[in-house]
Design a protein around this ligand. Structure first.
Ligand code: ADP
Length: 490
């Protein structure tokens, strides 16, 4: 029996290669950052070749520094930043333009024109997504119209498109494949049929010849050749979907929340495609053994970023982790912090709103502000989760958590109290990389049966319901609607 799986975790700022053993323990990690290219305001690009080289360097270093016998590698799993778009020449292997990153909003005007032409409803129904520059479709359109060589390459059948999973798979194996979770973020996949959609391709003026073949998330993606050893790639998923899988949210109604710079929440809705009435996205969670799970997705723009703001702009703390201690030193319940630095996302969707700190008195100090900032992560997550529960018609029983800020115990307890449901932090909070490894190991039954996160000790925060919490929730809701009123009347 092989002993290890390698997970390639290709993120927005760094590439990591992580070695997992059969008990889901991390044996070794190699990580390297790569360049963020920002040619204009709102534009974000990556050099796809740099990403590939950085990823390969971490992979080679992992094999070298962990001293493992290559014979003992079962397979590779890949998880990646989603939506980021690469087009390249099949013959030379060279990208025709830098990768356009998910954060890039250069296609905002094109999105507006798509909406004006009345395509929004069809796009929403077929893809589960809103028309936004976030997704790959308009990024592909932009590159096709701004790179002179594209026309010629299309005529020769030599132009290929891929999200970053596809770019890595093609370079590692020679196969032009993607998985269904990544495909569902291009805005070109019909999520009902799990096929590229002719009508969508026409709307975005994209030739079907450039698209990769769509595989399941646990599938045969080909082999990477390392010193005459053929290592299979068997698992691929976009980062948020991989985290949902890594958190073992296998059943309908299970949800995870990742507390990073922003918060990303996904709820498994089983085989049902639920169309949101509250501004959430519908997406493919995974496809394994011919069975597809869908998810509702919502994000909070400013979560850990509010803590960064205390540290880097206000300079009232030195480290994000100090906020836990600070929050515990005050009994103040009046200060509320709404970090709407760039408007309010799901479920409020109001881009006019700016942030506010309310309830300040002469006694307000660093501790009160820090506590209110932490609580804002929990309140915003609550609002997204309530929208999910309404859309899906489920009551959440427990929320699986991960991401940097989930290390803050004050925040996690407060989250449980506000949601009035259990918040569960696994031992292994690298859910994204683990999810990709679990997908890769699925077919070979690589992971020991008793290595389920459920059988490992984990921290559970049980809700402590109190009138204090109810009042605070009321105050938060009132503050949000007052702020929306304030800015809408401008
Ligand atoms: P990302 O992947 O978005 O870069 P991470 O998952 O690495 O984010 O988490 C980093 C974010 O979490 C930062 O915004 C930081 O402010 C916040 N953070 C990290 N540790 C803590 C903590 N102990 N308490 C509160 N916030 C924290």
């Amino acid at each position: 029996m092989k002993k290890y799986i390698i997970s390639l975790d290709q993120g927005t700022t760094s590439c990591r290669s992580i070695l997992f053993d059969q008990n889901k323990n991390i044996v070794h990690v190699e990580q390297q950052e790569f360049t963020q290219i920002m040619p204009e305001n709102g534009w974000v690009e990556h050099d796809a070749v740099e990403i590939l080289n950085t990823q390969l360097q971490t992979l080679n270093l992992l094999i070298q520094n962990s001293n493992i016998d290559i014979e003992n590698i079962d397979s590779i799993g890949i998880t990646n930043q989603r939506e980021t778009t690469v087009l390249w020449d099949k013959k030379s292997g060279k990208p025709v333009y830098n990768a356009i990153v998910w954060q890039d909003n250069r296609t905002a005007d094109f999105c507006k024109s798509i909406i004006k032409e009345g395509h929004e409803k069809i796009i929403r129904n077929k893809t589960g997504l809103v028309v936004d520059s976030y997704f790959s479709s308009t990024k592909i359109h932009w590159i096709l119209n701004h790179s002179a060589e594209c026309k010629d390459l299309i005529e020769k059948g030599d132009l290929l498109f891929g999200t970053i999973d596809t770019w890595l798979i093609w370079n590692l194996t020679g196969n032009h494949f993607t998985d269904v979770t990544n495909a569902s973020r291009t805005q070109l996949l019909n999520i009902h049929e799990l096929k590229w959609d002719k009508e969508l391709l026409e709307i975005f003026q994209i030739p079907s010849s450039i698209l990769p073949e769509v595989k399941q998330s646990a599938d045969d993606f080909g082999h990477w050749n390392f010193k005459d050893h053929q290592i299979p790639i068997r698992g691929v998923a976009g980062d948020q979907q991989a985290a949902l899988f890594g958190q073992e949210c296998f059943e309908k109604g299970m949800a995870k929340n990742t507390y990073g710079t922003g918060c990303f929440m996904l709820m498994n809705t089983g085989g049902n495609i639920i169309s949101s009435k509250n501004g959430l996205l519908t997406t493919v969670a995974w496809s394994v053994d011919g069975e597809v799970n869908y998810a509702l997705e919502g994000s909070v723009f400013i979560a850990g970023a509010a803590i960064q703001w205390l540290r880097d702009s206000l300079k009232i703390i030195n480290h994000a982790s100090e906020t836990e201690q600070l929050a515990c030193t005050t009994k103040d319940e009046d200060v509320l912090f709404i970090p709407a630095f760039s408007g309010l996302g799901a479920p409020y969707w109001n881009m006019n709103v700016k942030g506010a700190i309310l309830g300040i008195t002469r006694n307000t100090g660093i501790a009160e502000i820090a506590k209110a900032a932490l609580e804002s992560l929990a309140f915003q997550s609550k609002d997204v989760l309530i929208a999910m529960e309404k859309d899906a018609n489920f009551k959440l029983k427990s929320l699986a958590v991960d991401g940097g800020a989930c290390q803050n115990n004050y925040l996690m307890q407060f989250q449980a109290d506000v949601l009035n449901c259990k918040v569960v932090k696994p031992v292994q909070i690298e859910s994204t990389a683990l999810g990709a490894a679990m997908l890769a190991g699925h077919k070979s039954g690589f992971f020991e049966k008793n290595t389920s996160q459920n059988s490992k000790s984990k921290t559970t925060f049980s809700p402590q319901k109190s009138t204090k919490i109810d009042e605070k929730i009321k105050a938060w809701n009132k503050a949000i609607s007052s702020l929306v009123n304030y800015y809408d009347q401008e």
